[in-house]
Design a protein around this ligand. Structure first.
Ligand code: NAD
Length: 492
């Protein structure tokens, strides 16, 4: 059994500042307690904010040369790669995802630190032409103390997506992992400690969203909040951050359309429809959970999709051949099951799945069968709301216009894709999909180099790529007078 501590101002804290509460951390594949975590509260968040403030205002980090900061990021990446196996095992044990999924996350998270180490070395400062005798220099500076709040579905990867650009830019940070999945974040902070990040530069506070997270969002000493999580929480964070007009970035939920035209490569489209929906047991913000199929191929497509969905190997993520793991927790499992019930009550046709898996090796975990609904109506709860589980709804369309209208028919706008062999149609349609992350004849591919974020109620701002670095930078103009003499605007 692991004991999980917080990391504040360069020290490990097992006890919280007030009280000594702890939280049991579970393995969702077995229901077993695998760790006990210190449960932080507002006082711990305060201690971390004070440490980060001091490290930003008077520490070496913001003023350190970019080459030197980059060196830290490269060492972090190297260390993560050395611990690839241990990190993969921990992520699977805590989140439930399969080994291949977890292993990909670890590699990608390490690559993210390396990418931002390289990027910060390429200065984006510039001198621009302005009328003589002035010269204008545009320069980028860190924002200050950044609160980073992350969800449970990609505990390590989303932490890296925030920590790497924030640290590269010279900010000091406080990471708050989701309360149920802190294990890989602790390992990452052990790496930060080992590479010798100066005290207070990176702090880790564990605990609940409405205490620790809320404190980070409201506190006036925090300059920026970067949040990934549900849209409702994002709304709360925007309100909480208004007090000191914090810079806010929000990566929120989705209900993304996967549009399949009759002229698509049939097997490719079926395969990606499965991958888009059931990868990560559907607990992926960009999941293509609304499959839009052109009427003329609907029945054939559903038959093939359902047959393949029934074959997905649902097992504990650490078992050989596991293709889909459990849902992350009992609460989340109950939530997903309530959507499956709602779909049936609303009159959708359940084509496969819909039940908990209860064979002897799975009965204590939170495993749900891959589930597909057809004959849905646009206003159904299962069509409009993010289920965040292995549940696909299939809608049908007659033509391009109807496909676009249905694709854009929710409050979300995170991701979307189009499958067709007609290149012009593919571009026409994808340009009309109101979403920030899109694919043509593919799904789920994501790159550290490309911007990540949503339209509409899927968020504000873009993570990753150069945009992700700018999210953690202030932009300053320095205007230099090259001819020093009075301006004489006013008479003597
Ligand atoms: P959540 O909103 O419940 O929690 C996310 C984080 O916010 C957790 O650390 C939680 O403790 C914290 N939090 C909760 N209440 C808070 C409050 N009042 N103030 C401050 N912090 C608070 O989300 P979740 O259930 O952990 O994650 C699933 C959601 O995340 C889904 O909606 C999914 O689509 C979204 N998500 C989005 C992206 C993206 O890139 N757009 C990526 C992954 C997940």
């Amino acid at each position: 059994m692991l004991d999980v501590s917080m990391y504040i101002d360069g020290e490990w804290k097992w006890r919280s500042a007030k009280g000594d509460n702890t939280r049991n951390i579970f393995n969702p594949a077995t229901g077993e307690v695998i760790a006990t975590a210190a449960e932080g509260n507002e006082d711990d968040a305060q201690a971390a904010i004070t440490a980060a403030r001091k490290a930003f205002d008077s520490g070496p980090w913001p003023d350190m040369g970019v080459d030197k900061r980059a060196e830290y990021l490269f060492k972090i990446a190297d260390n993560m790669e050395e611990k690839q196996q241990a990190l993969t095992q921990l992520e699977t044990m805590n989140n439930g995802k399969t080994f291949p999924e977890a292993s990909y996350d670890v590699s990608d998270a390490a690559a993210c630190f390396r990418y931002y180490g390289e990027l910060i070395k390429k200065s984006s400062d510039q001198t621009i032409d302005v009328p003589d005798p002035m010269q204008s220099i545009i320069t980028h500076e860190p924002i200050g103390v950044c609160g980073l709040i992350v969800p449970w579905n990609f505990p390590l990867l989303i932490s890296a997506w925030k920590l790497a650009p924030a640290l590269a830019a010279g900010n000091t940070v406080i990471l708050k992992p989701a309360e149920i999945t802190p294990l890989t974040a602790i390992k990452l902070f052990e790496i930060f400690d080992a590479v010798g990040l100066p005290n207070g530069v990176a702090n880790l506070v564990l605990g609940a969203g409405d205490t620790v997270g809320n404190k980070l969002a409201t506190d006036h000493e925090v300059d920026k909040i970067s949040f990934t999580g549900g849209t409702e929480t994002g709304r709360h964070i925007m309100r909480a951050a208004a007090g000191n007009i914090k810079d806010v970035s929000l990566e929120l939920g989705g209900k993304s359309p996967n549009i399949i035209f009759a002229d698509a490569d049939f097997e490719t489209a079926v395969d990606y429809a499965l991958y888009g929906t059931f990868f990560g047991a559907g607990q992926v913000c960009t999941a293509g959970s609304r499959i839009l199929v052109e009427e003329s191929i609907h029945d054939l497509f559903i038959e093939r999709l359902v047959n393949r969905a029934k074959n997905i190997k649902v097992k504990p993520g650490n078992q050989t051949g596991a293709e889909m793991g459990p849902l992350v927790s009992e609460d989340h499992f109950n939530n997903v099951m309530s959507y499956i019930e709602a779909g049936q009550q609303e009159g959708a046709t359940l084509r496969c799945g819909g039940k908990r898996l209860l064979s002897p090796d799975l009965e204590n975990g939170f495993f749900v069968e891959p589930t597909i609904f057809t004959d849905v109506k646009e206003d159904m709860k299962i069509v409009q709301e993010e289920i965040f589980g292995p549940v696909a709804v299939v809608q049908t369309f007659k033509d391009e216009q109807e496909a676009i209208r249905l694709a854009n028919g929710t409050d979300y706008g995170l991701a979307g894709s189009v499958f067709t062999t007609d290149d012009k149609k593919a571009m026409r349609v994808i340009k009309k999909v109101r979403a920030g992350i899109t694919w043509i004849n593919a799904y789920h591919a994501a790159y550290n180099e490309a911007p990540w974020g949503g339209y509409k109620q899927s968020g504000i701002g873009r993570g990753l790529g150069t945009y992700g670095l700018e999210e953690f930078q202030e932009v300053k103009q320095i205007n230099v007078n090259l001819q020093v003499e009075p301006v004489n605007w006013f008479s003597e």
